[in-house]
Ligand binder design. Structure first.
Ligand SMILES: NC(=O)c1ccc[n+]([C@@H]2O[C@H](COP(=O)([O-])OP(=O)(O)OC[C@H]3O[C@@H](n4cnc5c(N)ncnc54)[C@H](O)[C@@H]3O)[C@@H](O)[C@H]2O)c1
Ligand SMILES: [Fe+2]
Length: 370
């Protein structure tokens, strides 16, 4: 028994950004985007169109913070009631910020109640979101949740509500051609992690798992080539498509142990999300041996090999991409690592993991990690 759900209308292809004008015809909308100059060409196109946005918000920093979103909500309050769409043009940080604006519609108290007073987020008929991702990584354009960071309190929250799926996602790989190498690798590995995490997941279903397998294969086949050929549009398209499959997979399962391990590593050691949630994938893969036949068969399909050989292949791909693969390279000491792992298995995402801590610890020992 299972069910599968994802309502996002996906428009995919080179130069498909131009379709946004038709979508926004006769609509009142605001744009949320990154502050860097390279994003100006997209807002310029909208500003000079026959139907310009009511407001353009560019103050989005990577890993959107509660205090920053609070300021944006204040600015948004005056027009929130008349807005038909929030248009997000950017990476996961922008899409997640757009989700917070769409959900709380200018009401700062609702954000504070959720982040600081730990109340269930109050989301009622949010403004619809048009997402134009500029990274291929988070798949936030295909999920109904947003990550909000509270750097002052050293926390990370997930704003989740079934009404927060974007209405449309316009995925145009041409937009991603500007991504520098480091960002291309870290975001691509985030999509790999989402794909694999959807498979060793208690919430996996046959459809999500097929998306997880294809997403993983596409990243493994294309990301190492793309890292050395950043302007190659075919490789960019393949990685963008991997990210669609990843989103269609983990939107139904959520993430698992690799993500729970990653959060303190990003918060306390400053390691980018995509790196923090992917260095552990080979060890987790090894730990899945003889745990669950269905998951094992699915994982074997990624590399068309047994789990141990697959883990070795994945390690060599990560090594090729210069990902830190042991405690020394991660600059984390063994006691801290043991605490991170212990907490991760008790965490919300860790509990989605089909495997177990004993098998994981054994796989870590066998991985030259210490
Ligand atoms: N909602 C979800 O389902 C979900 C899932 C995973 C992660 N996240 C969250 O998403 C955030 C990370 O998002 P991200 O990895 O997409 O990066 P990001 O949005 O934080 O952007 C990182 C940097 O890349 C730059 N950038 C973005 N697109 C670019 C492009 N095309 N060319 C050049 N530079 C570009 C931005 O200006 C920014 O400085 C984190 O907060 C993470 O927790 C959300
Ligand atoms: Fe992620």
């Amino acid at each position: 028994m299972w069910n599968y759900y994802n309502p996002v209308d996906v428009v995919f292809g080179e130069n498909k950004f131009s379709e946004i004008h038709k979508i926004l015809e006769n609509k009142k909308y605001v744009v949320v985007t990154h502050p860097e100059e390279i994003f100006k060409k997209y807002t310029d196109q909208l500003n000079t169109s026959s139907n310009p946005p009511l407001m353009v918000m560019t103050e989005v920093q990577p890993n959107p913070d509660y205090l920053d979103i609070l300021t944006l909500l204040k600015n948004f309050a005056s027009i929130a009631k008349e807005v038909d769409h929030v248009v997000a043009i950017g990476g996961g940080s922008v899409t997640d910020t757009a989700k917070a604006l769409a959900a709380f519609k200018g009401n700062e108290n609702l954000l504070t109640d959720f982040v600081r007073n730990k109340k269930t987020p109050y989301v009622d008929d949010p403004i619809s979101i048009i997402a134009v991702p500029t990274t291929s990584g988070t798949s936030s354009e295909l999920t109904c949740w947003a990550t909000i960071w509270d750097k002052e309190k050293n926390g990370k929250l997930s704003l989740a509500h079934k009404s927060l799926y974007p209405l449309k996602a316009i995925i145009d790989p041409v937009i991603m051609l500007d991504k520098p190498k480091g960002l291309t690798i870290s975001t691509g590995l985030d999509a790999l992690s989402h794909s694999m995490e959807s498979i060793w997941n208690i919430n996996a279903n046959p459809v999500s798992a097929m998306h997880g397998i294809v997403g993983s294969q596409l990243i493994i086949e294309n990301l190492p080539l793309l890292a050395n050929d950043l302007k190659n549009i075919t490789l960019r398209s393949n990685v963008a498509r991997a990210c669609v499959h990843a989103g269609l997979a983990f939107s139904n399962t959520k993430t698992a142990i690799a993500h729970n391990i990653s959060y303190p590593i990003t918060l306390n050691y400053g390691i980018q999300h995509g790196i923090a949630c992917s260095f552990s994938l080979p060890m987790i893969l090894r730990s899945m041996l003889d745990i669950n036949d269905e998951a094992e068969n699915r994982l074997k399909m990624i590399f068309n090999d047994d789990l141990i050989s697959s883990a070795t292949k994945l390690e060599s791909i990560l090594r090729q991409l210069n990902i830190p693969l042991n405690l020394n390279e991660l600059k984390i000491n063994k006691d801290e690592w043991n605490k991170i792992v212990g907490d991760a298995f008790m965490g919300e995402r860790g509990k989605n993991f089909l495997g177990n801590k004993n098998a994981f610890d054994k796989a870590v020992d066998e991985s030259n990690f210490f």
